[in-house]
Design a protein around this ligand. Structure first.
Ligand code: 3PG
Length: 210
């Protein structure tokens, strides 16, 4: 279950890769650091191949597709093994496809109107994106005070420097981001650095959440 995994380690690293082997190595490195819920963003030609390879070759991973812009993309990602779908914005077509196919979906929201639309689509967890540029922790607290039972997944500008501040907000189920998979470390083949970043995030999360 995604929720159980996120309770243990409330951090979702982003994987953006052009190469299947790199994607698998990155996922294994993240897993070695304690992160098992992985979002492959559909921003490269090879993204769906990378997603499928992680789903097949990284046994303990829960892999989802990010940057999903349409119901068609959500369907394709599902066919390749995606267990959840993340979108930058709120699109009814994507949400409805996921709901009718038993896929968890986390659409991006920023404003009260968007959160309210998501609520009325039956969602109880949404992405808060781009978190830092949209008011960060104070904005999240303001939204949480109104939408009592809505949970949030902030992404966009989350880093090791502010992770604990976000996780200290009770409505935050997890934080997502690319800070765990720095391109320069991956290009250099330094997967130990990726594991160290994942381990660090898990440790910081433990300090806040116990
Ligand atoms: C996303 O797709 O959620 C964002 O690109 C994450 O933003 P970040 O790169 O600042 O972590």
């Amino acid at each position: 279950m995604i929720a159980d995994r996120l309770k243990a380690a409330p951090v979702v690293p982003l994987v953006q890769a052009d190469d299947v082997e790199v994607a698998v190595k990155t996922a294994l490195a993240l897993q070695a650091g304690g992160l098992h819920v992985i979002e492959v963003v559909l921003r490269t030609e090879a993204a769906l191949d990378c997603l499928e390879a992680i789903a097949q070759r990284v046994p303990d991973a829960i892999v989802g597709a990010g940057t999903v812009l349409s119901a068609e993309q959500a369907a394709e990602a599902r066919g390749r093994g995606a267990q959840f779908i993340v979108s930058p914005g709120l699109d009814e077509g994507v949400v409805e496809f996921c709901q009718s196919n038993g896929l968890e979906v986390f659409p991006g929201t920023v404003t009260a109107s968007e959160v309210q639309r998501a609520w009325n689509l039956g969602l109880r967890t949404v992405k808060f994106f781009p978190a830092e540029l949209s008011g960060g922790v104070p904005m999240l607290k303001a939204l949480s005070s109104v939408f009592g039972q809505m949970n949030f997944m902030p992404t966009g500008g989350v880093s090791s420097g502010n992770l604990k501040d976000y996780l200290a907000v009770p409505s935050v189920v997890a934080c997502g981001g690319s800070w765990l998979t720095p391109q320069h470390e991956i290009d250099a083949g330094d997967y130990e650095a990726v594991t160290a970043l994942a381990y660090d995030a898990v440790r910081h999360a433990g300090e806040v959440r116990g």
